[in-house]
Structures are given as C-alpha cells and as structure tokens.
Write a protein that binds this ligand. Sequence first.
Ligand SMILES: *Cc1c(COP(=O)(O)O)cnc(C)c1O
Length: 375
Amino acid sequence: MDLLRENVQAARRAIGAGAELVPMVKAEAYGLGMPAVVAALSGFPSPDLPWAFGVATVPEGERLRALGWSGRILVFSPATPQDFERAGSAALTLCISDVEGVRRWAAIAASLARRLSFHIEVDTGMGRAGLPWEHAAQWGADVLDAAADKLVWEGVYTHFHSADEPDLTSADEQWAKFQSAVAALPALETPLIMHTSNSAGIFRRAGYGCKLARPGIFLYGGRAGPDVEPAPVVSLRARLVLIKEVPAGSTAGYGATYRATRAERWGTLAIGYGDGVPRRLATAGGEVLLRGKRTRIIGRISMDMTTIDLTNLLEAEVGDEVTLIGESGDQRITVDEVAARCGTISYEILTGLGTRLPRIYLGEGGRPWRDPIPS
Ligand SMILES: *Cc1c(COP(=O)(O)O)cnc(C)c1O
C-alpha cells in the first residue's frame, strides 16, 4: 500500500501544484480488489486523499457507497436508463454523453427533491461516448437548459485514445478540439471543472494543464507510456507443490505439447488460467522466478496447475514461492512484460486475475496491511 501511495504522489507531482486525482477503481480496482484499494486511498491524508473515485457502472458506484465512501463517485460509462434511479439514490455523479440523459437525470433529481451532479464527456476521437466537440455551442445550451435548477453541471472532460503511444500528435489534437469545445460552452456561475488525462496524459503532458486527472493503470503498477515506469504494486506468486524427476520422452500438459529431450526435473505450481495466468503465456516464452532465478514454463498451462522446468534449479524445494509477476532476488518480471509476451496490455492481465487468488495486502516495510478488510 505504500507503493500505491508512491504512485499517487508521483501522479500528483507530474501534474504540479494544486493537482487533485480521481483514482479509477473500476473493475475491482483493476483486479486488485476494490475494498482494500479504496480503504487505502481514502485513508491517505490530504493532499493525497482523492477528490473523487471513478467507476464505470452504477452498481460499482453502489458498491463503493456500501464500502463507506461518502465523497464524490464519478460513473464514467453511460448509465443504462434503468440505472438512473439507483444512481440518484446513491448520490452518484453521472458522466453523461447525450442531452436526453441530462433530461432523464433532471427528472430523477426532481423526484428525489435533491440536486444531483453530472459531468459531460466531449468526444474528441474516442468514439465510444461523448457529445461531438464540433457542436458544443449547440448541445452546451441544450444541456444547460435540460439541467435547469435540478442539476449541478460540475465538470466537462474528454478521453485520449493514444496518449500511451510514442507519438503524441493525436493526443495534442484531441486536446485542441477539447479546448475549442469548452470555449463554445455557455458561461456558468461556477466554472466547469476540466479533466482530460488518464495515466499516460498525466505523465507525458502533465495532464495538459488541467489540475484534475483520472489515473488508473499507473497507480496499480502498469506502465503509462514508453518510459513511465510505476512502483511495482502487484506481485503474482504461487507455491511449488510438486517436484518430479522425469526420463527423456516424458510429456507435459494437455496436448502433450512439451516432450523432455533428456532426463529432466519438473516442478508443478498450484496456479493456472483459472487464476488469470494467461494460457498463451506458456507458448509465448513465459518465465517465472524462483529463488532469484528465471526459469521457463513448459507445456500448456492448465486451469489449476502450471509446469515449470527445474532441471537447472537443483536448490528448488516443494513449498518454495514462485513469482509470475514481481521481484525475486535481483530479477523482476513486470506486468507489462507478461502482457507484451501475450500480445495484450497490462490492464487485461490485472483485471483478469481470478477471484480464487487470495489477495494479500502489505503495509509499511512489507508488514501485513491492516486487517480485516471489509468485503
Ligand atoms: C479507465 C479510465 C481512465 C484511466 O485510464 P488509465 O489508462 O488506466 O490511467 C481514465 N478515464 C476514463 C474515462 C477511463 O474510463
């Protein structure tokens, strides 16, 4: 949890004085576990205390409320019409991408006799959500009209599609489009809060000067663009549960895709794709760390077990800790290394970590983090 805090502070430093964050805790805080991550982040003293938390869906927002967070919760995916009422009851802040949605939200506010807040997404190229940046003058007036005195129009934002790519030209263009949209919006009594940047935008363009930003992957140990390496928050470890001496010709795993070419020594790990270890890691040259040494995965990964080569690791013993992501001795396997081997991104690896894996949270100096964690 102190590495998580380190990453929060790095993100705030990258933005500069006055920076505030909306940590994204959608998808169980990128697979790490929402209760513990939220408990840790919301326990950081100001100025590291989040300005709000970001989730994708209304049920995620309700879960966050149930965990005891009474501050702002921004729901970033367009809510289903069926979810608006629940969003109102939980006092969530909706991110809205159509005027009809603003009207619907205003109706809920009226029925609850409570002023509800919203942010408007501006589409500058992401396509999946947002009102078109070119027509901001028109929809801006309509949004204001629909909000009337029922809603608080608190913020306006956009989302970059390629801020993690080496070439930032497209992100700069999206920023220019966003600025021209904001300039065309009606002036409000309380100026709209602007936010544009995910992790990559924060570190590579200092959040484009916006003092509020929405980091996700970097907080959890995923790289935010070519050279932006976070503190490694997540480790994935399993125990060695069996060691076998096998003769030449022995086969390993479903499909018998691996065959020993000589007498070999194999180890079995109690972890598999049912825990979120990508099955294709095995055929992509996947490795693990044991007692500070790298060794390869052999054969196919099963749902519950993975076989590794111990032929040159005579010191290995049943019960040893094996690292699939993380550090061992002076060796390190990052989540980005695993993702790159599998042709995917760190986000998919982390959010794929299975519910069967016990999540062990460490506090200062590697001591157990405070217990128990509400679930
Ligand atoms: C998930 C998400 C983020 C966080 O992006 P990272 O690349 O993980 O930092 C930011 N903004 C929005 C709207 C998102 O959906």
